[in-house]
Design a protein around this ligand. Sequence first.
Ligand code: GAP
Length: 496
Amino acid sequence: MSQSAPATTLQDIIAHAKEYGFVFPSSEIYDGLQAVYDYGQNGVELKNNLKAAWWKSMTQLNDNIVGIDAAIFMHPLTWKASGHVDGFNDPMIDNKDSKKRYRADQLLEGKAEQLANEGKADEAKALLEKMGQLLSAEKLDEVRELIVAENIVCPVSGTANWTDVRQFNLMFSTQVGSVADDASQIYLRPETAQGIFVNFLNVQKSGRMKVPFGIAQIGKAFRNEIVARQFTFRMREFEQMEMQFFVRPGTEMEWYENWKETRLRFHKAIGLPAESLQYHDHEKLAHYANAAVDIEYKFPFGFREIEGIHSRTDFDLRNHQELSKKKLQYFDPNVDPETNKPYGNYIPYVVETSVGADRLFLATFCNAYTKETVGEDDKAKERLYLKIHPALAPVKAAVLPLVKKDGLAEIAQDISNSLKSSFRTVYDDGGAIGKRYTRQDLIGTPFCIAVDYETKEDNCVTIRHRDSTEQERVPIASLKEKIGQAVAIERILEAI
Ligand code: GAP
């Protein structure tokens, strides 16, 4: 019998991720680099599997979506056209006593959350609305006044001795070439989307794509986040999985609704429970959007965004067309039933889906972290394991000889070798079998295959299932198919 254990904290997650080779602080021997992380031997497998599930869900399940891989560096005018040079800012405020820097909007959002928790939902809503209005109108003095009026103090110094609110551009810049003048300044892309926009016609023409169609991409993005915390939730270097879906103007809201639903199904299909997911409509729309919603996951620190779905209008393509002086239009031969004439040339509208690979990783990891108390009274003991979807698990099967001697190790090695080409399999003969099961539980291996003396007689092995710990006896010859089916990425794709 099992009972539920105390709630998981972010500290539990960070410690487990480090101890079992999922995520390490970057350049840790030099005390790390704030908000930058490295994926370890198990983390990279889990992250790659998540990326593969996303990539296939986009490019394999949809005939009209293709992928690209654009460069991180782009012509600097890209970021002028996209609005990032002028508008990709966060409002920051410093506390003069503690010298700590905060995002002004996050201070106010924190206050609104506190009000909502105290049952003052109307006050919370009014505060967020007021903040949205002031930020949209760039009334930064009044944002500061609002912070003071709400008695918001610095959590470190406890004072309200605030500086003015200033805008802080989040883009990292660097120099290209050897001459350090303004003309050679370029940016590290703050989103992957622009690599798709500038290639819109290249892909449309070379792929003979017809609207509606989409372009998908996975790649690194960089933001000089003011407040970087909550582990891999907010990083300065991270990975995005974005898809821009080009549609005929006027049809964008249908597609927006469609992608909203499809993307939620994806998150459920990878194993995130429905009750831990929710939509959150944006209070303050980004400079490019006419509708936007977040899909949020319930992290140990509350519901937070993992994916954004944005109706971006023709903002990006139109601005690129204007600045580059290159036509970015599509000729639509379909007949408009109202005019009886072809729709003709237009700049498509865009519905974007944008999910962070690192946030998806963190959500999957938090969801998988399972602590149970097994047994009762003096026999009660705690069991910890990662309940990762079998198709996403870093290792799919571990082959464990009961003992190393009497030929059992050789049989186990042979089994491991025969499975390796189909899915990630490891061989482990170190220590008591119970300890070896635990080792695999802690990294989320769904199947352990035990080789014992009977195996020599009946050519069968015992499969031990991670979640139930139940054991079943199966012929060696059936392992590849049986485990292969359970760990195939198709299991996720079929569930979307
Ligand atoms: N192209 C649209 C765009 O970039 P966004 O809402 O700023 O929209 C999309 O970012 C997704 O990228 C977010 O939902 C999140 O998953 C991820 N993301 C954004 N900033 C991040 C950061 N600093 N660290 C980790 N992931 C981040």
